[in-house]
Design a binder for this molecule. Structure first.
Ligand code: SF4
Length: 257
């Protein structure tokens, strides 16, 4: 069953990767909005029919974030970081850049010291305004779920049809100021085999990491129900092996289970 967040601000939730993570969702509450259609997305399948998306108005988003930050500060509720995530791809909000500016302001006033994290698929990293916004975050955690284009198309199903080479070129443009996140999984989708732990895939993925030179790499496997029921988790020992191979290349890597 799809998991959708029911507010602009949610949590803090206990995150495997970010501790007490206060979530910010800029996307509608009733359906997921994304430019990828990942087979594992906990928000469910992306609606493929083109329809007008009604984003939260900038003023409403800012007011809700400000009042949530004020309340958390007043009640001394633990928050380790402020994370843009939610019901789809955060950078699709038309005022994403201006909203990041406001969140930085409110963070400095009410929750100083907390890191602002953006989880993004980087599909809009060809847009200078989106890149500017991502650069303002303390941490950019960007997706690279495959080594080959064929596996990228099968796992992430980018709606634009852009290739993994395009995606990699945009990730490289961050000049190392990014964290890469990769989910490892196996299974089937539409009668096609999915397995990004195969040797050929891993070799290509590691070669790409060496080109991108991220600050670090986060790897994990399925944690919540996926819209594609024929997917399986990857065993922790395999994730550990992958992690060791990345670290051998001098790139910090961590497994999140
Ligand atoms: S990029 Fe994220 S929100 Fe979009 S489909 Fe993939 S997992 Fe879901």
């Amino acid at each position: 069953m799809a998991l959708l967040f029911d507010g602009v601000v949610f949590g803090p939730i206990e995150s495997r990767r970010f501790g007490h993570s206060l979530g910010i969702n800029l996307l509608p509450l009733t359906n997921k909005v994304c430019n990828f259609n990942c087979v594992y997305c906990e928000c469910g399948w992306t609606e493929l029919k083109t329809q007008r998306v009604l984003y939260f108005h900038y003023e409403i988003v800012c007011a809700k974030i400000k009042s949530a930050f004020q309340e958390l500060a007043q009640k001394s509720i633990p928050v380790d970081c402020i994370t843009f995530a939610g019901n789809g791809e955060p950078s699709m909000h038309p005022q994403f850049n201006a909203i990041i500016d406001k969140v930085i302001d409110y963070r400095n006033t009410y929750l100083p010291g907390r890191k602002i994290v953006v989880l993004s698929n980087a599909a809009l990293a060809g847009n200078p305004k989106v890149v500017e916004a991502l650069q303002k975050a303390d941490l950019r955690v960007l997706k690279l779920d495959a080594g080959s284009d064929a596996m990228f198309q099968k796992i992430d199903q980018p709606l634009s049809g852009k290739s993994i080479d395009w995606q990699i070129s945009k990730l490289k443009a961050f000049k190392g100021r990014l964290i890469i996140q990769t989910i490892f999984l196996k299974g089937w989708h539409n009668g096609e085999r999915i397995d990004n732990t195969e040797e050929q895939e891993l070799e290509l993925w590691i070669k790409t990491l060496k080109e991108i030179q991220p600050e670090s790499v986060m790897i994990y496997t399925l944690d919540r129900p996926a819209p594609e029921p024929l997917l399986e988790k990857v065993q922790p020992a395999i994730l550990d092996m992958i992690c060791m191979r990345v670290e051998k290349e001098g790139i910090p890597c961590k497994v999140y289970l």
